[in-house]
Design a protein around this ligand. Structure first.
Ligand code: SAH
Length: 260
């Protein structure tokens, strides 16, 4: 309790989940209701119903570090501040940006009450729509080379596919990064059978949701946009076709299942 008494303010990172309010946890809802001030990328803030007396600070998607610094400074004035993230705040999102800012910032920021409220991240929402593609070991890779060099991404793709991980690909393309997903597929091609299932999940949890499965040899990088998460299976990932129903895609829990 003493920490709370001396803490000058509170900063909560709130995961909104992938789409509409169905995906918001009760904890996230309470954190949003209790905040005096909200920060975040404009379209994410628009998902939060307005509350009288609560101020909002929308910002551009690429201004993560500046947003983190502004929110910390605001919390240090004694405010209860929340930063919203799509999906989970710890997955390619604001929680790490806030930790970086605390690490580099004034000592007084270390006495702030910082809380992280998890959300359903895109790969879990996409996987759930299709079956159990993440049923065995998997990893997540962001193709954004804004914060890391492309050769490092290539090394990680090689290592992941070479070790048999299912790979969830975040940030597959953007207006400024049109070629990365095609290059990633070329990098993965030598490691994977042509029949490996590939899932494209777009805007999951929103009204324009579209989820589809294809095989690696037929996968067209051009169908992905900024709102798409791609799951590339491993050699054991299978598609169960079902008459009159969407297929079930799954990765058996044991690699030896593939030999049955
Ligand atoms: N913190 C977020 C990820 C931010 S990175 C999370 O945990 O989900 C942004 C990337 O996430 C997008 O380029 C896309 O690959 C993925 N993404 C976010 N929301 C999505 C959704 N509703 N459907 C599919 N992919 C989504």
């Amino acid at each position: 309790m003493s920490a709370r008494q001396t803490a000058p303010g509170k900063l909560t990172l709130v995961g909104l989940g992938p789409g509409d309010a169905r995906f918001l946890t009760a904890e996230a809802q309470a954190a949003l209701a209790n905040a005096d001030t909200l920060y975040g990328y404009g379209p994410y803030l628009d998902r939060v119903p307005p509350r009288p007396g609560q101020s909002r600070h929308p910002s551009d998607n690429r201004e993560e570090r500046a947003r983190a610094t502004a929110a910390l400074a605001h919390a240090a004035e004694g405010q209860n501040v929340a930063i919203v993230s799509g999906g989970d705040p710890g997955v390619f999102a604001m929680a790490a940006a806030v930790c970086e800012a605390v690490d580099a910032g004034p000592p007084s920021w270390r006495s702030l009450d910082v809380a992280i409220v998890p959300g359903i991240t895109a790969m879990l929402a996409v996987a759930a729509r299709m079956g159990a593609p993440l049923g065995q070991d998997f990893c997540a890779v962001s193709l954004s080379d804004n914060l890391k060099p492309w050769p490092l991404i290539e090394r990680r793709l090689d290592a992941a596919a070479g070790a048999g991980f299912v790979i969830a690909i975040y940030n597959p393309v953007s207006a400024a990064r049109p070629w990365q997903l095609g290059a990633a597929f070329e990098r993965l091609r030598p490691h994977l059978p042509p029949t490996t299932p590939v899932i494209f999940g777009r805007a999951v949890g929103r009204s324009d949701e579209h989820v589809a499965v294809t095989t690696f040899d037929a996968a067209d990088p051009a169908v992905a946009d900024m709102a798409t998460l791609v799951i590339v299976g491993c050699a054991q990932t299978r598609i169960i076709e079902r008459a009159g129903r969407t297929p079930l895609v799954y990765t058996p829990r044991s690699p030896s299942e593939a030999n049955k």
